[in-house]
Design a protein around this ligand. Structure first.
Ligand code: CA
Length: 236
């Protein structure tokens, strides 16, 4: 079945270029030129992914992001005109899964889109029941993609879930941001370190500060550390 993508972008040239490229990859693309149309298309077409420009006339991209996630979580790839940290942090906080700063290459866009869609597949395609148990009375049901803490369901976005699983599958191991970007986001791009930080903050907000440990100058870990560091050391 063809993947369905909604592109919300007021700059027609960019929207058309994205649509043409994704259609050439076999995807079904609906282009909305403003926020309200984007929200309406997300409801009507129930896309597998939304590509959302942050700077839109009338209703800004953050509000659009909130509205399209009201009823069901849809992966959102946010497009920003500049590398504005405040916008990005807020964007990731309201549920965007990834972002790209303009200008970007169509090849990179396709790589990001495919990485996000692969995670949707993981969500749909798991077999027998498997559960990971962590400290702080946290249970991760890998098949239902559900997290419980003290028996209560904790609502995580798909990206937060994948990040938690990425860390939980290697307890005690210190993972660099680069390693997590490859494992969880599925691409090699050192510039996305803030994406990792922002999602770690979200996990701590939802599960408690002690759940994900910062290993200063290296990365993140769950549980007790050993000397085993996965990936290259980074500043941080
Ligand atoms: Ca725009």
């Amino acid at each position: 079945m063809a993947r369905s993508i909604v592109v919300v972008e007021d700059e027609a040239l960019i929207a058309d270029a994205i649509a043409a490229r994704l259609r050439s990859e076999g995807m079904e693309v609906h282009v909305a030129g403003d926020g309200p149309t984007g929200v309406a298309y997300a409801e009507r077409f129930e896309p597998d992914l939304v590509i959302l420009d942050l700077m839109l006339p009338g209703m800004d991209g953050l509000e659009v992001c909130r509205l399209i996630q009201r009823d069901r979580h849809v992966p959102v790839l946010m497009l920003t005109a500049r590398d504005d940290e405040t916008d990005l942090v807020v964007g990731l906080a309201v549920g965007a899964d990834d972002y790209m700063t303009k200008p970007f290459s169509m090849r990179e866009l396709v790589a990001r889109v495919q990485a996000l869609l692969r995670r949707v597949d993981v969500l749909a395609g798991r077999g027998s029941a498997r559960t990971l148990r962590l400290d702080d009375d946290i249970e991760i049901d890998l098949d239902a993609r559900r997290v419980r803490q003290h028996g209560e369901i904790v609502h995580l976005t798909p990206t937060e879930f994948d990040l938690l699983v990425g860390l939980a599958e290697r307890p005690g191991r210190v993972l660099t941001r680069e390693r997590l970007l490859v494992d969880v986001w599925g691409y090699r791009d050192g510039s996305g370190a803030r994406t990792v930080d922002s999602h770690v903050r979200a996990l701590r907000r939802k599960l408690g500060d002690g759940v994900v440990r910062t290993v200063h100058g290296v990365g993140y870990a769950l549980g007790e550390a050993d000397a085993d560091v996965a990936g290259e050391a980074t500043e941080g």
